[in-house]
Design a protein around this ligand. Structure first.
Ligand code: NOJ
Length: 561
């Protein structure tokens, strides 16, 4: 093992996620691109973030918007060229901003050269890069096991060329790589090394907990919706594969990793992220968004008591051992406004600022998803306006097997569809929201006439300016970075109140999650202390004494003790 170069800079970072397809289009084709990102580098800098996570921008036939990669070493035609990418990286680095790339190596595209070779014959040298099996039944026309794709339907596709089936945990165009093959692991090491050598600062590792499958690919426990999870989630060699990737490649650079980890528990989270083990630096757990995974369709009502219990479990469990990632939004989740706040009515600004305070002062690295900083909301789609392959797959299955359930499915999708988060970034109030001059690839939310960056920049009380101040407050603040965590009044279903304490300084964070006034009294041990309110989302002066919180009010007190 080489000596680690890690400085763990990510502990001081605030990361901004860019979904390039929807960020900014520079050439009028309706699709965001890298030159569009380059045109917004000053905006990103001004936001006060210190790193960018860029969703996949590699060559891809775009069955799943870039999460199906056909060439890991080049840039998608729609997004530009490798030279554009290098210019973007240099522009970020000049501004002191790091770049995290998406690493999608559980699967490739079926248009990747490895898969083209692999499917061509049973004795092709690439055959074993993927999972090929004979089917069940007399004629082999039944899939090899009962595993289901995360998007619905069997996880196996039959291929006429060799009369065998291949595994795909996502769409048919995303065949799973066989990590048990050492050649596959070597390919991944090499491509990670390629990007690190080009100067990237880390990776967000897509569905990384799925890369090791139980030998023999046995049937999973029967479940009417989703089968097989226990046969490929946190599989038998996962820790071995991740520590090899880290020890042999990543730790030779000052780079960070965050693993997408649907279904991960705190115990498993610690195995992945404990600094002493050297696997990943952070995981994206899914418990706190109260949905088992981005593909889980059953919407669950936001329950503050449960949310607080989950956040507290991760705060306490990781403290001093691993490191948390703090997020409410990304390209797979509907927008947090509404989802975590209930009906916010005319209090969009207050609710959005409150959510930012409640999350971003916890211990961990905050992630802000594009548009979250201006309070973008879900969008009303008609059925044919959805573009996401997951939505299309689900509607296809409903049509085929349970057509009478279509109205229910559409109702659920309104709340849960991933397209909600993927509508183009709202830069201004003009017809195409300043995103493009052409026909946008996905509907622009009609509320862009009011909710947009240009308006927010003019308004000193905007969500955008609030985020900028919050980021500046947070970056470099030792109490926020290192402080202990303690929750007060855990049974309170309306208020989230917690403390961060470090070296004689305390922060008391008080957030009202309701669109109503709620009485608040500081915890007893704060009696007799005076404090300054250092962050507030209402102009009303607040002191450390009982008062009535206004709808979605958030206040942070700084106390010297
Ligand atoms: C997780 C990504 O976030 C999601 O967008 C994608 O569909 C799946 N992984 C498959 O790569």
């Amino acid at each position: 093992m080489s000596e680690s170069k890690k400085t763990r800079w990510y502990k001081d970072a605030v990361i901004y996620q860019i979904y390039p397809r929807s960020f900014c289009d520079s050439n009028g084709d309706g699709i965001g691109d890298i030159r569009g990102i380059i045109s917004k580098l000053d905006y990103i800098k001004d936001l006060g973030v210190t790193a960018v996570w860029l969703s996949p921008c590699y060559k891809s036939p775009n069955d799943d918007n870039g999460y199906d990669i056909s060439d890991y070493r080049d840039i998608m035609d729609e997004f530009g060229t490798l030279d554009d990418w290098k210019e973007m990286l240099a522009g970020l680095h000049e501004r002191g901003i790091k770049l995290i790339m998406d690493l999608v190596v559980n699967h490739t595209s079926d248009e990747h050269e490895w898969f083209k070779q692999s499917r061509s014959s049973v004795d092709n040298p690439y055959r074993d890069y993927y999972f090929w099996r004979k089917g069940r039944g007399k004629d082999g026309k039944k899939p090899p096991n009962n595993w289901t794709s995360r998007f619905g339907g069997s996880a196996w596709a039959y291929d006429d060329a060799t009369s065998e089936w291949y595994l795909h945990l996502f769409t048919k165009k995303q065949p799973d790589l066989n990590w048990d093959n050492p050649k596959v692991r070597k390919e991944v090491h090499d491509l990670v090394d390629y990007w690190l050598d080009l100067g990237v600062d880390g990776f967000r590792c897509d569905v990384i907990t799925y890369i090791s499958k139980v030998a023999g690919l046995p049937n999973g426990k029967f479940n009417p919706i989703q089968c097989g999870d226990e046969m490929f989630t946190h599989g038998p060699h996962i820790h071995e594969y991740l520590s090899a990737l880290n020890n042999e490649v990543i730790s030779r650079y000052d780079a960070m990793t965050v693993g997408e980890a649907a279904g991960v528990t705190i115990e498993q989270g610690l195995l992945y992220t404990a600094e002493s083990r050297g696997e990943l630096d952070m995981v994206f757990e899914f418990e706190h968004i109260l949905s088992e995974a981005y593909f889980s369709l059953l919407p669950k009502k936001f329950n503050l008591k449960q949310y607080k219990a989950i956040m507290s479990k991760w705060q306490d469990g990781m403290h001093g051992k691993g490191w948390n990632s703090l997020y409410l939004e990304n390209h797979d989740q509907p927008r947090a406004l509404g989802r975590c706040t209930g009906d916010y009515g005319d209090k969009r600004k207050e609710a959005s600022k409150m959510l930012a305070v409640a999350l971003n002062l916890l211990q961990g690295t905050p992630y802000i998803y594009q548009g979250q900083e201006i309070g973008m909301t879900n969008c009303d789609f008609s059925p044919d306006e959805y573009q996401d392959v997951m939505v299309k797959t689900i509607l296809g299955i409903v049509k085929k097997y349970v057509p009478f359930l279509k109205p229910v499915a559409l109702k659920v999708l309104k709340k849960k569809a991933r397209d909600n988060a993927r509508t183009p970034m709202q830069w201004d109030g003009s017809e195409k929201a300043g995103f493009t001059t052409g026909a946008p690839w996905l509907k622009i939310n009609p509320n862009h006439t009011e909710i947009n960056v240009a308006e927010a920049e003019k308004d000193p009380t905007s969500i955008l300016n609030f985020h900028k101040n919050l980021n500046r407050y947070r970056v470099g603040n030792q109490t926020v970075k290192l402080g202990s965590y303690r929750q007060f009044d855990k049974n309170n279903k309306k208020i989230y109140c917690y403390e961060r304490a470090h070296n004689g300084k305390k922060l008391l964070v008080v957030c009202n999650f309701k669109n109503a006034e709620v009485p608040f009294s500081p915890p007893a041990e704060y009696n007799g202390f005076t404090a300054a309110a250092v962050i507030q989302n209402y102009p009303t002066a607040r002191t450390l004494s009982p008062f009535s919180l206004q709808p979605y009010e958030a206040v942070v007190f700084e106390v010297d003790c």
